[in-house]
Design a binder for this molecule. Structure first.
Ligand SMILES: [Zn+2]
Length: 300
């Protein structure tokens, strides 16, 4: 049995996962504060979650082989090198947690974790050549060729969100202008809708309802059209490089499936961006939803 921990932009999920990838216990916690540098908040929240499950008797850590952490950023050898959206740099998270819990702590990029889970148990289990995208606060990715996860030796790699798709475009947290995630993340889309329609306090669910209830609104249609166009550019770039059989999309994008999936498929089929137009991959929505990060973290 392993523990999988999924670190997100606004909360952390922890699950006890059996050897068949099944979550037998799960608990989530929102961050109580949003600091510029979230290092302490993240570590304290993970600490609290582990302490809570042990105190409650849900698990004895002696029965746990590994604690895996899925982190939204660049990771290397148990260290979060950088996580732009959490303002974190050089956080030695494995050392810190090993001291506290005397457990084997492993760390991996969150998109890679979710991809491993989808590849073994979910939407991508029937494909050898596949691309996984996680579209939420940012845009992350992972790819499989011949059934193998592409994994560089040192850093996590595959920072698809920071592929430039617009010269002199919006300034990204990473310092470049015009990054894919500055146009295609759900965070950016939601912010744009909130600003344009004066909905400062709407959450993701309310934004989704707003879109569904205002299909005829011209300003909104233009925002959605632009969003799909940028998403299409980024995805077609990746298809041209990797020629996957299928692409699975997870993250909060999955909740907007009926709003975006058909439009994206249509855009991809009508545009000339695919180099091999006869080889259009299947576009799928991640099946394991919010659990993919936890399950994947438990598999590291
Ligand atoms: Zn960037």
């Amino acid at each position: 049995m392993n523990i999988g921990i999924d670190v997100g932009g606004s909360h952390i999920g922890l699950g006890i996962v059996d050897n068949d990838g099944k979550i037998i216990f799960k608990q989530e916690k929102d961050y109580l504060t949003q600091e510029k540098d979230m290092s302490d908040v993240v570590m304290n929240t993970i600490n609290t979650l582990i302490n809570e499950i042990t105190a409650r008797g849900s698990i004895d850590l002696k029965n746990i082989e590994n604690i895996g952490i899925a982190f939204p950023g660049t990771v290397s050898n148990g260290v979060v090198v950088k996580a732009e959206n959490l303002g974190i740099q050089n956080l030695k998270i494995a050392d810190f947690l090993t001291k506290n819990f005397n457990c084997n702590i492993k760390l991996e990029n969150d998109a890679k974790c979710a991809a491993m889970a989808e590849n073994k148990y979910g939407s991508l289990k029937n494909y050898d050549d596949a691309l996984f995208l996680i579209i939420g606060t940012g845009v992350g990715g992972a790819a499989f060729l011949n059934g193998q996860l592409l994994k560089p030796k040192r850093y996590s790699g595959f920072e698809v969100g920071h592929m430039v798709i617009e010269k002199d475009g919006i300034r990204c947290n990473c310092g470049r202008n015009g990054c894919f995630e500055s146009y295609a993340s759900m965070k950016r889309l939601k912010e744009k809708i909130k600003n344009e329609f004066n909905l400062p306090n709407s959450d993701g669910k309310q934004i989704r309802e707003f879109i569904l209830n205002n299909k005829e609104n011209e300003k909104l249609s233009l925002i959605l059209k632009n969003y799909i166009e940028y998403l299409n550019i980024g995805i077609c770039n990746l298809i041209n490089i990797l020629e996957p059989e299928a692409i699975s999309i997870g993250g909060s994008f999955a909740h907007y499936k009926e709003i975006f999936l058909e439009r994206l498929e249509k855009k991809m089929s009508e545009k000339v961006e695919l180099y091999n137009k006869e080889n259009v991959p299947k576009i799928l929505i991640a099946e394991l939803k919010n659990d993919a990060g936890i399950i994947g973290a438990s598999m590291i």
